[in-house]
Design a protein around this ligand. Structure first.
Ligand code: MN
Ligand code: ZN
Length: 675
């Protein structure tokens, strides 16, 4: 049988159609499986266009030109680094037209000259689940138009990249990025400067004028004495790094000349923020953004930026994904000014501080191996510390926690309640219908309770001078995590139980290993939370606002093996690492825990009132509160609990029953009932 050419064509068309359909369905599955994007079979106003994303080189302009042919485009959403985009049309009819015309259509990427094939599906809604309002890293500022085009031209002119012969030492090619140093040579081997060998000539005159202006406007507090000039061609970058603490003072400022570029900042917990540095802008890094976050420039030829404000947009890139596009890089020259440090760095980020790493090794406390050592550790790193910081500590403790308040309000009128480790007594006056008495190991904290008119006395949580069975209820808030062996922690729970009458209840709060920072939950926490009720939901937004004591931050060099803490109830799957190699790591606030046993720094502010006044006065964007006038640092010992660990300890006691167990804003909590 002969097949006519017409029907042969028909067959070919059929084959192509089938192939397109197959690929379209495959795109559907991929979107669902990997991105959680649900495609629908009926027509809507909204399309998801597979293969036309910023992630595979489609730029916003080109995609817009393609999709606008079929009707009025209301929204074009291009998520960063994704191989798809969303289009919303004014009507379903227009969306249907685009669907029919574009499915299987081959297009050539303008920026790359490669061909791609579009596959289209309908979706109910145009959305991007990862849209989180991002803000700049704390302590970071970008000042736009800090210099005029004329000043920019003159500054670029003073750098002669060709004067090779004499200045070979000061001009280097690093992965093709060109670098020149003034004031002091920066050595990339040691990542430090030779502080005794200033370079002849100092900083160029034109810089002095500019720096005077920065000082006057308050962007910096000290005049820099070191300048590094970097020149980046498209495709070049700089690896993520933190400028060595011991080499330079707090504030680091950097001018972007010739072209804009995107700089990536990364918190040790993995949170990244892409920051647009417009041409002729000044980047000011201070405090947390200077000391704790890494910064770097990804080597690439295109940046993802906001389309509508090309070249003028300051701030984070992912804040508004509705307007992202690709932008070709051009030659950018940066002038980075730093002040060479003459003293040790005393920052509050010990886990990333080279100055403090050396200090820590000498006389750093270690995990206790005996009862005596445990006692000594707690005396030195709990009792003494709270005595010293009592006033400042108390000034940061005002707001009672809702679920603890609820527990106290639920108790019957006239109930006798003991707050073991009452601190400044913030729970003693919550329910006037109770007879509440507090105790604490710190005399200064007990005195503060007395001044507030509360009943409180000094005692150790392991030996409370209250008759057995005399309390209707007890609370122990943020106390047991200060005991440094599993035996001692269990003994404090036993002591709580002893105080209770049969049927009486105790509420216990301890710090949780599982923390989250902004939206970045630990994987562990994410999994567990899925199966839990609402009361266990944490409040990530509140985390940063909490007093630093309640905001367990990160830690540093925790190492594994649990054989020194044999009785620690380690829940299965817990990613905690009991410290074995003796030295207790010093934690960096607002980063996640990497060790169950650790030291948490407390930065004493001698006069909290004065401090608050200073903070309020701050007008300079360079001044992050924390970077200023640091007082003495105290290290408090903590054992952070894994999920199930507190509960398991309670279950080890025959005389109590666990009534309730939950997670509350970074704490593991149980309610016990005396049997
Ligand atoms: Mn740097
Ligand atoms: Zn430091």
């Amino acid at each position: 049988m002969e097949i006519g050419s017409a029907s042969q064509d028909h067959l070919k068309v059929c084959k192509v159609k089938k192939k397109v359909l197959r690929k379209q369905v495959r795109a559907q599955h991929t979107l669902m499986r990997h991105e959680g994007i649900e495609c629908v079979s009926h027509a809507t106003q909204n399309l998801v266009v597979a293969n036309a994303g910023l992630g595979n080189g489609m730029n916003r302009c080109q995609l817009f030109k393609i999709v606008e042919e079929y009707g009025l485009v209301e929204t074009l959403l291009m998520p960063p680094n994704k191989p798809y985009s969303f289009v919303k049309y004014g009507t379903t009819e227009d969306a249907k037209k685009a669907f029919d015309a574009l499915n299987g259509k081959e297009v050539t990427l303008e920026d790359f000259g490669q061909n791609i094939v579009l596959y289209i599906n309908f979706v109910e809604k145009v959305f991007w689940k990862n849209v989180v309002p991002t803000s700049l890293p704390p302590g970071l500022t970008v000042v736009e138009n800090i210099i005029s085009p004329e000043e920019e031209r003159r500054m670029l002119e003073i750098i002669d990249w060709r004067e090779d012969k004499d200045t070979q030492k000061t001009q280097k090619t690093l992965k093709h990025r060109r670098v020149k140093h003034f004031g002091y040579e920066f050595c990339y081997g040691s990542n430090n400067v030779d502080k005794n060998k200033p370079l002849p000539g100092g900083l160029p005159e034109i810089c002095n004028l500019f720096l005077e202006k920065c000082l006057k406007q308050g962007y910096i507090k000290h005049k820099p004495d070191q300048l590094t000039v970097n020149q980046y061609e498209p495709g070049q970058g700089i690896p993520p790094h933190i400028d060595t603490h011991s080499a330079f003072e707090d504030e680091i400022i950097s001018l972007s000349l010739g072209a804009e570029i995107v700089m990536d900042f990364k918190h040790p917990d993995g949170h990244t923020v892409a920051v647009m540095l417009p041409r002729r802008s000044l980047l000011v890094m201070s405090g947390e953004s200077r000391y704790l976050w890494t910064h770097g420039i990804t080597p690439r030829k295109y940046d993802v930026i906001q389309a509508s404000e090309l070249g003028q947009k300051v701030g984070t890139i992912t804040a508004d994904v509705g307007d992202l596009t690709l932008h070709r890089r051009e030659t950018r020259t940066s002038f980075t000014f730093r002040k060479v440090r003459r003293s040790h760095c005393n920052c509050i980020y010990p886990s990333v501080c080279d100055s403090q790493k050396g200090q820590q090794r000498q006389g750093q406390p270690s995990v206790p191996l005996s009862e005596m050592e445990a006692l000594k550790l707690e005396q030195e790193h709990v009792h003494k510390v709270y005595e010293e910081i009592a006033t400042h500590f108390s000034s940061t403790r005002h707001s009672p926690w809702p679920q603890i308040v609820e527990f106290l309000r639920s108790l019957p009128k006239g109930a006798i309640v003991a707050d073991i480790g009452c601190g400044n007594g913030k729970y003693l006056g919550i329910n006037k219908d109770l007879y509440m008495i507090g105790c604490d190991r710190s005399k200064n904290l007990v005195d503060i309770c007395g001044k507030k008119g509360f009943q409180a006395f000094v005692c150790d949580a392991l030996a409370v001078p209250i008759r057995s069975g005399s309390c209707d209820a007890c609370i122990s808030v943020a106390v047991i995590h200060h005991f440094s062996t599993a035996e001692r922690r269990l003994a404090t729970i036993r002591e709580l139980a002893r105080l209770l009458r049969p049927g009486g209840t105790a509420l216990i709060y301890v710090w949780a290993m599982e923390q989250e920072y902004r939206k970045q939950k630990s994987k562990y926490l994410k999994e567990k939370n899925d199966s839990k009720g609402k009361e266990e939901e944490t409040n990530p937004g509140a985390m940063r606002g909490l007093p630093s004591d309640r905001v367990p931050g990160g830690s540093s060099q925790g190492s594994a093996s649990s054989d020194r803490l044999p009785r620690d109830a380690k829940a299965e799957g817990c990613d905690a690492k009991p410290v074995a190699a003796s030295a207790l790591p010093v934690h960096t606030n607002r980063t996640s825990f990497h060790s169950q046993d650790l030291l948490v720094p407390w930065h004493l502010k001698s006069d909290p009132k004065k401090k608050r006044g200073d903070a309020a006065k701050l007008s300079s964007p360079a001044g992050s509160e924390e970077s200023q006038e640091l007082g003495p640092v105290f290290h408090r010992y903590y054992h952070v609990f894994c999920e199930g660990e507190l509960e398991a300890a309670c279950r080890a006691l025959d005389c109590v029953r666990v009534q309730k167990s939950y997670y509350d804003q970074g704490n593991w909590c149980v309610v016990l009932e005396k049997l």
